[in-house]
Ligand binder design. Sequence first.
Ligand SMILES: NC(=O)c1ccc[n+]([C@@H]2O[C@H](COP(=O)([O-])OP(=O)(O)OC[C@H]3O[C@@H](n4cnc5c(N)ncnc54)[C@H](OP(=O)(O)O)[C@@H]3O)[C@@H](O)[C@H]2O)c1
Length: 251
Amino acid sequence: MKNFIITGTSRGLGKALVKTLIDKNHRVFCISRKKDPELMDLAKNNSGNLEFFELDLGDSKKIRGLMEEIFQRIDLKTAEGIYLVNNAGVLAPVKRLEDCEDQEILTNLQVNLAAPLILTSAFINGTIDFKGDKKVINISSGAGRKPHYGWSNYCAAKAGVNLFTRSVGLEQEKSAYPVKILSLAPAIMDTKMQEEIRSSNKKDFQELEKFKNYKKEGKLLSSEVVAEKVKDLLLSGNFEQGELLDVRELL
Ligand SMILES: NC(=O)c1ccc[n+]([C@@H]2O[C@H](COP(=O)([O-])OP(=O)(O)OC[C@H]3O[C@@H](n4cnc5c(N)ncnc54)[C@H](OP(=O)(O)O)[C@@H]3O)[C@@H](O)[C@H]2O)c1
C-alpha cells in the first residue's frame, strides 16, 4: 500500500490531486478544515481508502499531534511508500505591509510556512526507520522567487518554503534512509486563489489587470493538469534532492 498525506484538499490543486490518487492500492490522508463529501463518495465508489482529518493549519500546535495520529494508522512494515504534499496555502493579506494587522501576518506565515515545516519535520521523524520510498513535495509559487507589490507575506512564506526545501535536501543527503524533497511552483492555475487575486483592490495589488488578462486570454492551467504532474513526480521521483522546479518545465 502506498500512503499519501495531502493538505488543502477541499478544492483546487489539492482536491484534483486526491482525485488522481484514489485507487485500491493507495491510502490517502486528507488534511483540510472541512471534509469533502464529493471526494468521500468518489473513494467509496472506487474502492479507495480515504480519510479526512479536519484541522486549521493556522493552529500550529495541533499539527504534530495530528501527524502522530496519521502515523499510527500506517503500517511501516508493509507500506510500499509514504508521501507528503504540502499544498494548502493562503494569499491574504493582499496589501502593503504597513497596512497589515499582526494577526493577518501570523496567519499567512503559519499556514504557508510554519505548517509545511512542522508537517515535514513530523514526516521525517515518523519515517526515520522506513527504508521504502518516501517523498515530500512542497507546493511553492513563482512568488517565492519574484517580488509582487501587495504580496509581501505570501512572497516571504513561499521563499521560505523554497529555502527550507533546499536545506532539508542537504540534511537528508546525510541520512541513512533519506526522504526525497522537492519544491514545485505550479504556475498559474484556474482555482479559487486566482479568483481571489482577480477580486483584489487595484490600490493594494498593482498587477491586477495583468492577472485579469491571464484569465481572459486562457493562460491559466487547470488544476487537473498540474495534479497529474504532481502525481508523476511523487511516483517517479524524477527530480534532484532539494530541487526547486516550475511545473512549466514539465509541460
Ligand atoms: N492558483 C494558483 O495560480 C497558484 C499559483 C502559485 C502557487 N499556488 C499554490 O498552490 C497551492 C494550491 O492553491 P490553489 O490554487 O489550489 O488554492 P485554493 O483553491 O485557494 O485552495 C487552497 C486550499 O488550501 C486550504 N487551506 C487554506 N487555508 C487553510 C487552513 N488554514 N487550514 C487548512 N487548509 C487550508 C483550503 O482549504 P479550506 O479553505 O477549505 O480549509 C484549500 O483546500 C497553494 O499552496 C498556493 O499557494 C497556486
